[in-house]
Write a protein that binds this ligand. Structure first.
Ligand SMILES: [Ca+2]
Ligand SMILES: [Ca+2]
Length: 313
């Protein structure tokens, strides 16, 4: 089948390998013309979404089979500060209020900091990321607007877990051993532990969870600094949590919706975040881990990556 029509919005380098899906040869990678983003082909398939009994958080149960019937493309990396800057200069994305910063007394404590924004994501600690770091301090509304204006969309929660797992059924895309996280993503590590000994959850001080190696980054890192997962995606685990299209429903898995898509939008509902960030230790970094925030919130550990649908005719 001639794929030139359905791939008209992508630039594909000569000799790019292809994957045959339903009799069509699809390039495994391309560049989305309107956004300049690198995209990676995600094949259709089925997988067990969530965690087996006795593992993980309550909202990861029951584990259930999800089938994704169509291929799609996903951003090879999260959208960067440079990518967002090009968009922001061309349009004026509007979000709602809501940002956070850090307290520096040796405790990771989330608190509102009105100075924080995508250009200066962590002013309290004077963290100044370069243009190739993932953009953060972007609300769900802003991420969605970016996608809409560029002919893209946010991935669903099920698509994200499928893409993050990359065909694996283990705790992490590289297996079950946290010790093998080294080189595979930017998580809470020894460098973060050296800076913050504790974190605060619901007012309680706890030991900071961390991976027992040094990945070299306390906060965000340039995208693509670590190994890609089996589907060829960078930073899908670690670096930043990533907004998904779905409303967060802790009981969604009870419905066992076969294509994984959950509740309808409702303006104030929490939205799903997936894929863990620089502040997550071994438990938070698991492939099945679900997190959520209200859609107007901007956070220094939250960004997004885009999905692109083939223009099937
Ligand atoms: Ca780190
Ligand atoms: Ca991530």
């Amino acid at each position: 089948m001639n794929t030139s029509g359905m791939l008209a919005e992508l630039t594909v380098q000569p000799h790019t390998p292809t994957l045959q899906i339903d009799g069509t040869d699809l390039p495994v990678a391309g560049t989305h013309k309107a956004s300049g983003l690198s995209l990676t082909l995600i094949p259709p398939g089925h997988f067990m979404m969530g965690s087996a009994e006795g593992e993980g958080d309550p909202d990861e149960h029951p584990q259930h089979e999800v089938e994704l019937t169509r291929p799609f493309y996903l951003g090879t990396n999260p959208v960067t500060i440079g990518g967002w800057r090009r968009f922001a200069q061309a349009t004026a994305p509007r979000g709602l209020e809501g940002v956070t910063g850090f307290e520096i007394d040796g405790v990771v404590e989330w608190r509102h900091d009105p100075r924080a924004n995508w250009q200066d994501p962590l002013p309290f600690l004077d963290f100044q990321p370069s243009e190739d770091h993932p953009v953060t301090q972007i609300s769900w509304f802003e991420a969605r607007e970016y996608c809409k204006q560029l002919g893209l969309r946010l991935p669903t929660e099920a698509e994200f877990e499928w893409a993050l797992r990359g065909g694996t059924g283990t705790s992490y895309w590289w297996g079950d051993d946290p010790a093998e996280a080294h080189g595979r993503g930017n998580y809470s590590d020894r460098s973060m532990r050296a800076r913050f000994r504790h974190w605060r959850v619901d007012g309680k001080l706890l030991d900071l969870p961390y991976f027992n190696h040094d990945d070299g980054h306390v906060f965000t890192s340039p995208v693509g600094s670590f190994l890609a997962n089996p589907f060829g995606l960078h930073d899908i685990g670690g670096n930043v949590w990533e907004w998904c299209e779905d409303v967060y429903d802790p009981a969604a898995y009870d419905q066992r919706v076969r294509d994984g898509h959950t509740a309808q939008h409702n303006a104030n509902s929490r939205r799903v975040l997936r894929g863990a960030s620089w502040d997550n230790g071994p438990f938070g970094a698991r492939s099945a881990r679900r997190y959520s925030e209200v859609p107007e919130l901007r956070l220094v550990n939250v960004g997004f990556r885009v999905a692109y649908d083939l223009q099937l005719t």
